[in-house]
Design a protein around this ligand. Structure first.
Ligand code: ATP
Ligand code: MG
Length: 582
């Protein structure tokens, strides 16, 4: 497969002068110490992530700027300035302190994307606590696992979601308080440990002194997406904000004039690093949309708020592609100027489609819950090589290591993607699993668990999760290249590729495919897709078998769960399915 590079004009001719003007020079000149100098630190010493997101702007004109345009699912809307958020989070942080929250306590949220969620997630670090955001769509077992594992002391949730919490309360001795957010005023009977959000806010005071936290104190705990196995509790420190801020500025290219929209829920790390802290620390106005995915509703949000910068994920882009260009035509999306994607490999076809549909390419970038912020990226000024994750962020050292992690491999060779520690937003531990954490650092490298290769010009290309790479007759096949070839077929909406055991070849490539609207599964279509794939792939990479599924199993953050496809195929136990999207 070869796609023409998307060539960028010179920086000087770009309408919004890009923040990163010269990649090579930035790599030579800039590092984390320079980026750390762009944040303030607490007036009395130390560092607090929420102070950087809100309070530090109070001495500047950003104070009265809109921080969040909130768009409800029912099309109601609310607007919060930086000053208002600073005040509301002070009140709530004071209330949390009064409830006994002290430095290091875990405070979890289990609720939809309403303003109270954002207020809670910003207030907890001010009181010195550690936030743990959970998807509202999680079932009771997923929530119980995480509250137990983290020994959470406080939980924010809603009357509706309490039905999942009530039965597990007896099993959660550490959970001292449940704060009920009842925004729509449902009749509700409070239980023993429960408090009303509105009441504790009303009882609180605007007078609050932020906990004097240190750069290394913990403030965020995120369970990973669960794509490859049981989710791990990844812990970050306050200085992660250095990475959030620097990458929001230089990768997402956020400017003071932007209206930015990150579609991710804070239950996924993208929704906090880039849906809360990164943009707020930069004084950027952002949109929060309460509802879930809908092509027309999403376009309406962009149209209504004149969104200029947009950060989304391949799964969403594939769904937009599925909905088609006709939907795009119904809205005025001319405000859009810059688009980025993260979470899974971005199929070249999706980049090409973006150009057709919006007149703009999606810029892929790579990172993990563990890395806390973007590590490898495409930038406004850099030509895009479709299918590549781009080049390392200034300050990041990335390499491709051999199987034993002892040697860096030369350009063109596939191996383990590794990063040189430390960096400000690097995770500090897996909660309660220090051994596992330690095992991820080998010979002075952090081993990411992904396989990739680097080309002669330093662009990185994703191959697959180390566990997902298929060995067929001695030929190593990354699922990504096969899936990308399959989604180029006009009938294919999504594809998930696995290796199935074979006596002769060790493994054979099998593809699970879901179809676009208007296409029906048939043997003829299977054949047609195989012939199509054969033209694009090495003969051994071409799927031996294709199976149609109405949809592919995905995590809450929208990632295809290949391990589940494989377990189901082989009749093996499914393992942890707590993050499975129904
Ligand atoms: P778990 O660790 O529980 O299996 P997960 O790895 O999916 O879940 P995240 O931390 O949300 O949890 O995802 C990070 C992973 O997502 C990366 O290691 C990589 O495999 C994949 N990923 C993220 N961005 C990209 C990208 N731009 N291209 C390819 N893969 C990506
Ligand atoms: Mg992972």
């Amino acid at each position: 497969m070869s796609y023409q590079p998307i060539v960028k004009p010179p920086a000087a001719s770009m309408p919004f002068g890009p923040n990163l003007v010269d990649y090579d020079q930035a790599r030579a000149d800039l590092g984390w110490t320079d980026f750390a100098a762009e944040i303030n630190g607490l007036p009395g010493g130390g560092l607090n992530i929420s102070y950087e997101a809100l309070d530090r702007h109070l001495a500047t004109p950003i104070k009265n700027k809109v921080a969040i345009f909130w768009e409800g699912q029912d099309e109601t809307s609310e607007t919060y300035t930086f000053a208002e958020l600073a005040r509301l989070t002070d009140r709530l942080a004071g209330a949390l302190r009064a409830l006994g929250v002290t430095k290091g306590d875990r405070v979890f949220t289990y609720m939809g994307r309403t303003p109270e969620l954002y207020i809670a997630l910003l207030a907890v670090p001010k009181a010195g606590g550690i936030i743990g955001p959970l998807f509202a769509a999680f079932g009771p077992d997923a929530v119980k696992d995480r509250l137990l594992d983290s020994q959470a002391k406080v939980l924010f949730t809603t009357p509706t979601l309490m039905k999942n919490i009530r039965p597990i309360i007896p099993e959660l001795p550490d959970l001292k308080t449940i704060v009920i957010v009842n925004r729509r005023g449902k009749p509700y009977e409070f239980g023993d440990r429960e408090k009303a959000f509105d009441q504790i806010m009303a009882d609180g005071s605007d007078d609050f002194e932020i906990e004097p936290t240190d750069a290394e104190d913990f403030c965020i705990m995120h369970y990973t997406s669960g794509t490859t196995g049981k989710p791990k509790g990844v812990v970050h420190a306050h200085q992660a904000v250095v990475g959030h801020h620097a990458t929001a500025r230089h990768v997402l290219d956020l400017h003071p004039e932007d209206v930015y929209w990150c579609t991710a829920d804070p239950g996924w790390v993208t929704g906090t690093s880039y849906g809360i802290f990164g943009p707020l620390a930069g004084g950027i106005t952002q949109v929060v949309y309460e509802g879930g995915f809908s092509a027309s509703r999403w376009y309406k949000v962009i149209d209504k708020y004149r969104v200029t910068a947009w950060y989304t994920a391949p799964t969403a882009i594939r769904m937009l592609m599925k909905a088609g260009e006709e939907v795009v035509q119904k809205y005025d999306l001319s405000s859009l100027r810059y688009m980025c994607s993260v979470g899974e490999p971005l199929n070249p076809e999706a980049i090409v489609w973006g150009q057709k549909a919006f007149g703009l390419p999606f810029h892929d970038n790579w990172w993990q819950t563990e890395t806390g912020c973007i590590q490898i990226a495409n930038y406004p000024i850099m030509d895009i090589r479709p299918g590549s994750m781009g080049r390392p962020f200034p300050g990041v050292t990335a390499a491709i290591l051999n199987e034993t992690f002892e040697r860096e491999l030369p350009p063109g060779e596939e191996g383990h993607l590794a990063l040189k520690p430390p960096w400000p937003s690097m995770f500090r531990t897996y909660w309660g699993r220090q051994d596992l954490y330690d095992s991820r650092f080998v010979n002075g490298w952090y081993i990411t668990g992904d396989k990739a290769r680097m080309d002669e010009d330093g662009y990185f290309w994703f191959v697959g999760r180390a566990d997902d790479v298929i060995n067929t007759a001695g030929h190593l096949v990354g699922p990504f290249e096969v899936e990308s070839a399959l989604v180029e077929h006009p009938a294919v909406a999504e594809a998930g590729v696995i290796g199935v055991p074979d006596d002769l070849a060790m493994e054979l490539v099998k593809a699970f495919v879901s179809l676009k609207d208007g296409y029906e599964p048939s043997d003829q279509l299977k054949k047609d897709i195989r012939i199509f794939a054969k033209k694009k792939l090495h003969a051994l990479s071409c799927p031996r078998e294709i199976e149609f599924l109405p949809g592919l199993p995905k995590t809450r953050s929208g990632k295809i769960m290949r391990r589940l496809l494989k377990a189901r195929e082989l009749g093996l136990p499914e393992g942890d399915t707590s993050t499975l999207e129904e």
